[in-house]
Design a protein around this ligand. Structure first.
Ligand SMILES: Cc1cc2nc3c(=O)[nH]c(=O)nc-3n(C[C@H](O)[C@H](O)[C@H](O)COP(=O)(O)O)c2cc1C
Length: 333
């Protein structure tokens, strides 16, 4: 197996981080405040994406409380905005509701740029409508809207704003997995599952190489007690994602999916490749792999030095399992 990268500095850096991550994981603490959204504000009806502002806009006050909306997006454009039940004075709200058509036909970005004035005499309700539309569009503005609407969030990631790359090309992926070796500002996630259930975690160990012919492969190492391991043992495909966002990398590496949906807690949008493999819209690089070999735990009888022996002396997450996946697709933003 020809390993393209994985330098010493990477291993040392990651060992350190992973040890820390284990410590944090067991206490389940995190000092970072997260935009926690208990219910995914986005749902689909056929080809239409519907962004609900009940949670997103819960702090936006009209005259008598919150003014939740459903913002419908079809073929990359706002199709309609529908007011949901609220406690506004019906007469005033009927006037303000004239605004609901103001964004129709615009892309989320155009709609966010559009200045819409409140209706005089119904200022509070109007401003609450305008603000609810804004938070809904802010929530989805990073999803490529041209890609949304044809067949929901499943399909070639190119349709979701990614560009196909070749992991064997140093032009597309300079120096192989060079991003592995980055500083605290970024990192990798490993994700597995299907449309009903999926989970991801931060990874630091792994390699990109070739095996059994000129097949590009990704090898990852998942500790015995990781929730993600249960997915890796069950599903045929997995994705590796690069995130430039420290917040995502920290959270995914210090919380377990056993205790709640991490993607939802982070406000990430789960998309699916044509094989149905989950990945997140917010990643800037996605590598999809098909499992070639997996589920084998390191066997202490083959430890050839003190490195693994010492490593597992006091490691509550258990001995790692090795998984090798053939790269079947790669995309970047
Ligand atoms: C920078 C960093 C790198 C990590 N690398 C690995 C790794 O390569 N393998 C592993 O099993 N755990 C690794 N972890 C720990 C897991 O990401 C962490 O325990 C996570 O909470 C597991 O989530 P899960 O229980 O939902 O699978 C790493 C954590 C961090 C912060």
């Amino acid at each position: 197996m020809k390993v393209v990268c994985l330098g010493l500095f990477f291993s040392a850096f990651v060992v350190l981080l992973a040890v820390q991550a284990d410590a944090v994981n067991f206490s389940q603490s995190s000092s970072r405040a997260l935009a926690y959204t208990p219910v995914d504000p986005v749902r689909f009806s056929g080809d239409t994406m519907i962004v609900n502002t009940k949670e997103l806009g819960k702090n936006i006050q009209g005259y008598a409380g919150a003014v939740p909306l459903d913002v419908y997006i079809l073929n990359g454009k706002v199709a309609k905005v529908v007011a949901l039940p609220n406690s506004e004075t019906p007469g005033f709200f009927a006037n303000a509701a004239a605004l609901l058509g103001s964004w129709v036909g615009l892309t989320p970005k155009q709609a966010l740029d559009k200045k819409v004035d409140a209706i005089s005499g119904a200022t509070y309700s109007s401003e609450a409508i305008i603000e609810n539309v804004r938070v809904a569009l802010e929530y989805v503005k990073n999803v490529d809207m041209n890609a949304v609407g044809a067949t929901s969030m499943t399909g070639d990631p190119v349709r979701n704003g990614f560009k196909k790359i070749n992991v064997m090309s140093t032009e597309d992926l300079p120096a192989g997995f060079s991003f592995y070796t980055g500083d605290n500002g970024h990192g990798l996630l490993l994700c597995s599952g299907d449309k009903q259930n999926s989970n991801a975690m931060t990874i630091g160990w792994g390699s990109l190489g070739t095996l059994w012919g000129r097949r590009p492969t990704v090898t990852v190492y998942v500790a015995e007690k990781r929730y993600t391991r249960e997915y890796m043992d069950k599903y045929e495909y997995f994705t590796i994602m690069h995130f430039p966002d420290n917040r995502v990398v920290d959270y995914m590496g210090t919380h377990s999916g056993r205790d709640g949906d991490k993607a939802q807690a982070l406000g990430l949008h789960t998309l699916y490749t044509e094989n149905g493999t989950p990945y997140y819209a917010e990643a800037d690089l996605v590598i999809e792999c098909r499992m070639m070999y997996g589920g084998e735990q390191f066997d202490p009888k083959y430890y050839r030095s003190d490195v693994p022996r010492k490593r597992y002396e006091n490691f509550p997450a258990g001995i790692h399992f090795q998984y090798i996946g053939e790269v079947v697709g790669a995309w970047k933003r």
